[in-house]
Unconditional design. Structure first.
Length: 375
């Protein structure tokens, strides 16, 4: 198995570096005062389009909860019931809405959406470690693989013929990218991710450990008491800015492709069957199962352990609460639930017994309605 030549990027003049000629410059640089870690409150306000309230020079290096924060930490409040915690916090600053910031005893970053702003602030204060470009010596890279600048390939990876990895793609340990798969710029496969034949993954995606994209869909035709495997000839297309949780599986289509649109969030242990389409910016929690050829619209929220039957249409803007069994299409945006809530065991059992009696009760009510009314 032939490996491609990995070209090292050289300086613009073609040199690999002249350490001796740079010694005096390095000494001068070493005498400079290193930049302070973190960001000032004012810098964060400017970066994220917020307003700084209080001392804009307070230096912040990390995020923390209000209870655990120190003077270098920034916390956040999106729920007003936590406002009393401000009185005792040691945080250097807090992210708040304008409505909740009026009486803040500490410096504040005033944001339209405190939770989303916290997420962005956390990302810059706690960046992912930079991946080292190049391929580990134990990686297997077949002939005809296209590797763009900055690609990082970890130990035990296998990249098959015709695969393409975009700029700054990161493959963690033991990832497999099969024939003709394409992974676009700045996407990260954390570890032990399998990307099957001809799968397409967009830019800035994150695939967590154990994800499998493009395995065969569950297609079997019954014949005389046995099953005949149906070839799965479609593919999987994943858009930009998608995050897929650990051990989630996305099956390839039977004829058409399985499609995950831009900005989708899939939690751990989600099963997406063949020919499913998930609309942009939909979020799906753990242990959800989506049967084949179902379409889920944009900006939906599917809570944990929901089961969705095959060949359904769920429109944009639908929320389905946990453990609901979706057996029919949903054509109107809103919140839907099909699970029975928890109750004290004795009362729950009595309710369950009465549930089985509902049909008889309905018949009795219809019978009573037909009886003449006595004056």
């Amino acid at each position: 198995m032939d490996s491609p030549i990995i070209v090292e990027h050289r300086a613009s003049d073609g040199s690999m570096g002249r350490a001796a000629s740079r010694a005096s410059a390095s000494a001068a640089v070493s005498n400079r005062k290193p930049p302070e870690p973190g960001f000032s409150l004012g810098e964060l306000a400017e970066r994220f389009g917020c307003k700084a309230q209080g001392d804009p020079l307070v230096r912040l290096t990390h995020v923390a909860s209000l209870q655990d924060a120190d003077s270098k930490a920034i916390a956040f409040i999106s729920n007003p019931r936590y406002l009393p915690l401000l009185a005792d916090t040691r945080a250097g600053a807090v992210i708040l809405s304008a409505q909740n910031a009026e009486n803040s005893p500490i410096p504040a970053l005033i944001a339209r959406n405190p939770y989303a702003t916290y997420a962005r602030v956390a990302s810059v204060l706690h960046p992912l470690p930079a991946a080292k470009p190049g391929a580990h010596s134990s990686a297997v890279i077949e002939r005809g693989v296209r590797l763009e600048a900055g690609v990082s390939i970890g130990p035990g990876c296998v990249i098959e013929e015709g695969a393409s990895l975009g700029v700054n793609v990161v493959l963690g340990p033991h990832c497999i990218v099969r024939r003709n798969a394409r992974i676009a710029d700045n996407t990260r496969l954390v570890a032990r991710v399998t990307v099957c034949e001809a799968v397409s993954i967009g830019e800035r995606c994150i695939l967590h450990p154990g994800v499998v994209v493009g395995s065969d869909g569950f297609g079997n035709a019954p014949d005389n008491g046995a099953w005949v495997k149906v070839p799965q000839l479609g593919c999987v297309r994943i858009g930009n800015d998608v995050e897929i949780g650990a051990n989630t599986t996305i099956d390839r289509g039977t004829l058409k492709d399985t499609v995950i649109e831009d900005g989708v969030r899939l939690d751990n242990l989600v099963q997406v069957a063949h020919n499913v389409r998930i609309g942009a910016h939909t979020a799906i929690a753990a242990l959800v199962g989506i049967a084949g050829s179902t379409t889920i619209g944009k900006h939906c929220v599917i809570a944990g352990k929901v089961g969705i039957a095959d060949q359904l249409e769920i429109c944009d803007g639908v929320t389905v609460l946990a453990m609901t069994a979706v057996g029919a299409s949903i054509n109107k945006p809103g919140v839907y639930s099909g699970a029975i809530g928890m109750d004290e065991v004795g009362r729950f059992r009595r309710s369950a017994a009465r549930f089985r009696q509902l049909d008889d009760m309905a018949k009795e009510i219809r019978h009573l309605k037909k009886m003449p009314v006595r004056s």
